[in-house]
Design a protein around this ligand. Structure first.
Ligand SMILES: Cc1cc2nc3c(=O)[nH]c(=O)nc-3n(C[C@H](O)[C@H](O)[C@H](O)COP(=O)(O)OP(=O)(O)OC[C@H]3O[C@@H](n4cnc5c(N)ncnc54)[C@H](O)[C@@H]3O)c2cc1C
Length: 435
């Protein structure tokens, strides 16, 4: 029998599972899990860079378990099928007067995929998407269904919000939302020295603040989003994956830089210059509903590493990362991204009980990332960084147990639900120290 093919977004992780199942109901999902062969994995939209979805046994896709089930207009919560993409959820929630509290750079992820790795946006006091989960239904590795919340199966709830599909397959998720809101976007260039002088104010004065730094440039690009009363403009979205003019131009530069590495400094300065005029903070921006305002379309493929470091150490860490990238001799073109995420209480959340700054580095998908990422990872580790579960890192159980106070509790819950480790592929076995 021909094996099915699966690959992740960057194209670097490939799998040939014996079966790919696409159940249409929770009951069918439970039945299929119970009769599955080999390692069982579930994939969302395949936007993780690590091999967490890889399976040579059975791979589940919940693309047909998608949509809004119900909302509670008093509590501002929504019950959602776990396979829904964030992009599809936006208009559905908006029609009910709701919006997600925060979102990341893109909206192509399945909600369960985003929750499973602690996916986040930026904003002082704003937590990851996983922290907005108030409950979920889980199909366990033997096909049973359990309901998890702070009051019911609470250990599985605390372990399960950020668990990379290692405890079972979520079929439904309850999410805390916010009343629908519009955001005004502003941005522009700031000299690096001025950025670090005003960093705390930029963080405190904006609901969402982040910056992008091409390490060879003398300016950074800042981006803010703030709640706005202005009439939001509707955003016309291109179909998923369709290139816009910015993608075409950026891809061309990546190809030029790939073959002419000596141009990387000049190209990075040029991209910064073209990233906007000097940031003033008060120039009128464009206003859109939150689900239209958050996502960018990212069609130039790359690989990525991201660590969350204690918020107070973020500025030192990012300076050291930029310095290393300039000196390490590796050719790269993408900027560093710097964001804020508030502490939460999910046991394996990179933000567990720690206000954090996340720092991400990227490499064009046609260039090797290993040397660049290995050097930067050593800096992240020096700053007590915790890796993003969906992004590249080389940590294993012995490193991770030092970083996560609830590591042992998590492993006990995992063993209880899956004593034969059927949900673990080789990558996850190494991660959890299971032979
Ligand atoms: C272009 C790009 C931009 C990105 N931007 C951001 C960003 O701004 N912020 C950020 O934090 N991250 C970002 N990421 C990373 C991304 O959000 C995470 O890797 C996320 O987990 C991907 O979601 P997915 O639906 O593709 O999940 P997948 O990568 O398919 O799966 C992720 C994990 O979730 C598990 N899972 C999926 N469905 C279920 C289920 N039903 N039940 C239980 N477990 C399940 C999988 O087994 C896997 O372990 C970005 C990635 C890319 C490629």
């Amino acid at each position: 029998m021909a094996k099915a093919e699966w690959q992740n977004w960057s194209g670097w992780v490939k799998a040939q599972p014996r079966e790919i199942y696409r159940p249409e109901t929770e009951e069918e999902l439970g039945r299929l899990v119970a009769k599955s062969h080999g390692t069982i994995r579930v994939a969302g939209s395949g936007h993780s860079f690590t091999p967490i979805c890889q399976s040579d046994g059975t791979l589940f896709s919940l693309e047909h378990l998608s949509g809004l089930i119900s909302t509670d207009s008093e509590k501002k919560t929504a019950k959602i099928f776990a396979g829904s993409t964030i992009r599809d959820l936006g208009p559905l929630l908006h029609a009910q007067g709701l919006g997600l509290i925060n979102q990341g750079d893109i909206d192509r992820q399945a909600i369960a995929g985003a929750v499973g790795t602690g996916t986040h946006g930026t904003g002082k006091g704003l937590k990851s998407i996983s922290a907005a989960v108030t409950g979920f239904r889980l199909v366990t590795p033997n096909g049973d269904v359990i309901t998890c919340s702070p009051d019911e199966n609470s250990d599985v709830f605390h372990a399960g919000r950020v668990s990379m599909g290692s405890l079972g397959i979520m079929s439904e998720i309850d999410l805390q939302c916010a009343p629908a809101y519009a955001l005004e976007e502003r941005g522009g260039r700031l000299p690096v020295a001025e950025l670090f002088d005003t960093l705390d104010a930029l963080r405190d004065e904006n609901r969402h603040f982040e910056f992008f730094w091409f390490p060879y440039a003398d300016d950074v690009l800042v981006k803010t989003l703030n709640v706005s009363d202005a009439q939001p403009k509707t955003r016309k979205r291109a179909p998923d994956g369709q290139d816009g003019p910015a993608d075409i131009a950026f891809r061309k530069l990546c190809e030029i830089s790939r073959y002419a590495p000596f141009l990387r400094g000049r190209l990075q300065r040029k991209m910064t210059e073209e990233g906007g005029s000097r940031y003033a903070g008060d120039a009128p921006g464009r206003s859109r509903w939150s689900h239209d305002a958050f996502p960018s379309d990212r069609n130039v493929r790359f690989n990525e590493m991201e660590y969350a470091v204690p918020a107070a150490r973020g500025p030192d860490c990012v300076r050291e990362v930029a310095e290393h990238m300039r000196r390490c001799g590796v050719n790269f073109l993408f900027p560093i991204e710097y964001r804020y995420v508030a502490a939460d209480d999910a046991w394996l959340s990179p933000f567990f009980e720690r206000d954090s700054v996340t720092i991400s580095i990227h490499q064009y998908h046609k260039q090797s990332y290993r040397k660049l990422f290995a050097g930067v990872e050593q800096i992240f580790r020096k700053y007590e960084g915790r890796p993003h579960w969906g992004k590249l890192h080389t940590l294993a159980a012995e490193d991770l147990q030092q970083l996560y106070p609830k590591w042992g509790d998590f492993c006990a819950v995992r063993r209880g639900l899956d004593p034969d480790a059927r949900m673990l592929n080789p990558f996850l076995r190494n991660l959890f120290g299971v032979s």
